[in-house]
Design a binder for this molecule. Sequence first.
Ligand code: ADP
Length: 298
Amino acid sequence: MAKRSATARKNTRLRPRKGGDAIRYTARMPRVNVDRHRVRRGTEVRLGRIDTKQDGGLSEEDGKKRLPVLTERLAELQELMYAEGKHALLIVLQAMDAAGKDSTIRHVFGPVNPQGCRVASFKVPTSLERRHDFLWRVHRAVPPLGSFGIFNRSHYEDVLVVRVKKLASPRVWKARFDHINAFERLLTDNGVAILKFYLHISKGYQKRRFERRLERPDKRWKFNVGDLEDRARWGAYRTAYEEVFRRCSTTHAPWYVVPAERRWYRNLVVAQAAVNALEKLKMRTPKPDFDPASIRID
Ligand code: ADP
């Protein structure tokens, strides 16, 4: 039998386990163009001009076939990251209510080894958290080298909800953009790759999602009357998000505005951006500090 090349062996290993899919991960596989959704440093974003229903020119069928290939690759990269121990991946997810943060986490990071991936959700600060600086609780939740961390909401709430609901004075929240950039620089200097995703939906889409939550008895628990208060401040949130993108999308910690109404496309963009960022790290399995040939196992 002809000897198979190293690439062919690798491709077989990366084949999705389920579904008998024809697509396999290869380094040359056509990639979803996620760069078009990345906010260039210092650019003005007008959310109202960005189509929330984009699909990257892919069909839903094709998109759904690609996801397991990418998530399997993500799981493999996560294992490599653990073995190497020099990097971590931090995913920041922000969105208006019902845009699908939880579902993105489930679909994209569900297949990753749970031992190497931690999700931190940031809610209204507790009384103890309020007695510290705004980054205190966040810094403690940063993934240690060798693992993935997902922020379901994040330190950006401190320049979003805090600004919109006037929970702090402008002098306080305005100073935070610089604090955030310095903090994220500290993390990336320490080996943490940071990717920040805003799941972009329209007000009409949110209305439909809320209505669905009310209609379906099994979804009603997700409806929160308080979410309507944020919905009523849609424009103010938009302004606040636009300033976040302009001030805090950096080369080392970029923001992506992800069109999120086609959920399969939203998942693909997040998965592809994560795979791209991890592959750029050029991680290597560590060489053993012993000679395997010299070991005898009785
Ligand atoms: P989610 O909407 O993320 O599923 P919750 O319904 O529990 O989760 O909402 C969490 C709430 O906590 C959000 O309304 C969010 O704006 C709020 N929150 C998060 N961080 C802060 C903060 N730093 N200051 C004030 N409110 C915050």
